[in-house]
Design a protein around this ligand. Structure first.
Ligand code: FE2
Length: 312
């Protein structure tokens, strides 16, 4: 750890960006699932939410990288976008979308995609991610990341949509596994095989959400470690961690609590299996003080540091 509190890799990434603030990342190659997209430092980042923007702008805390929700910055200007452009000069940035609806039976929403491309061209994020779900149909949008049936038909459909999006963006997309609360009787493919096939057949990278794997394993009764074993390490470009609610009969992925001890343990096993990866702390409801997020990020960083000499 350096005096400024940043880890070596992260600080080096920052100094590169400071030296060349106008130079964005190279477009990611498309169509080669064996090529790893490691544009972010393999260090702990924080999901930047509105209550903390003022603090981060004024204090420039020692964080390896930031992630924001893409749709919050689709406006053509305004103070939020200006703040993001300013922070982008000092922090590696990842754009995380919640509205592309990869699995919808509708065609890819070209207007939504154009807004995402305009934002990506403007702020030059290191990574761009979306969710393996659907959230709109017939032009009607829902505020949920809804589950897909895991079938060959759905797989082909999602792969086609990812191809359209990657071609339009001119970069490799990251796709995130989601938490779910039901199984479709029509599903014929285990979730972990579906996720792996999406990456291998579309050429996208994976944003592996360890909390979502834990939640789904508990809700659906599968082995989270068997899930990890099925995921191709070279496809994983980012990891998410968040907290869940356990007050009901199902675990609910709320993003409103600290990362659970069992999820930290699963994360450590994942890093032991895959090697260090950029890891994000997500917290979206009941958002705590920023130093709480920093402590969660420090815990993730300590696990990453324990696997610093990882060799496959
Ligand atoms: Fe996530």
């Amino acid at each position: 750890m350096r005096e400024d509190g940043r880890q070596g890799d992260a600080a080096e990434g920052l100094s590169e960006l400071r030296a060349q603030p106008a130079a964005g990342p190279s477009p990611r190659p498309i169509g080669n699932s064996r090529q790893v997209s490691h544009g972010l430092p393999a260090a702990a980042g924080i999901g930047l939410r509105a209550p903390h923007v003022r603090h981060v702008r004024s204090e420039r805390p020692g964080i390896a990288w930031l992630e924001v929700h893409s749709e919050n910055y689709f406006a053509d200007g305004g103070p939020a976008l200006r703040a993001l452009e300013e922070l982008r000069a000092d922090y590696p940035l990842s754009l995380h979308g919640v509205g592309m609806s990869l699995g919808s039976v509708d065609p890819v929403d070209k207007a939504h995609l154009a807004k995402l491309k305009r934002l990506a061209d403007r702020v030059e994020p290191v990574l761009v991610s979306e969710h393996l779900c659907w959230s709109a149909v017939g032009g009607r949008h829902f505020n949920d990341l809804l589950p897909l049936p895991y079938t060959e038909e759905a797989l082909a459909h999602v792969i086609a949509h990812i191809g359209t999006i990657q071609d339009a963006l001119g970069r490799r997309l990251l796709v995130e596994n989601v938490s779910t609360y039901l199984n479709f009787a029509a599903s014929t493919i285990p979730e972990w095989e579906f996720v792996a096939a999406v990456a291998e057949e579309s050429g996208c990278a994976l944003l592996l959400d360890i909390n979502n794997i834990y939640v789904n394993a508990a809700n659906h009764g599968f082995d989270a470690d068997a899930y990890l074993a099925a995921i191709p390490a070279e496809a994983i470009a980012e990891i998410h961690l968040a907290g869940f609610d356990a007050s009901g009969t199902l675990l609910i992925d709320t993003h409103g609590a600290p990362v659970a001890a069992a999820v930290w343990a699963l994360y450590e096993r994942a890093i032991g299996r895959f090697g260090p990866r950029p890891t994000l702390i997500e917290w979206d409801i009941d958002i705590p003080a920023f130093d709480v997020l920093q402590r969660e990020a420090a815990t993730a960083q300590s696990i990453l540091d324990r696997h610093d000499g990882f060799v496959r």
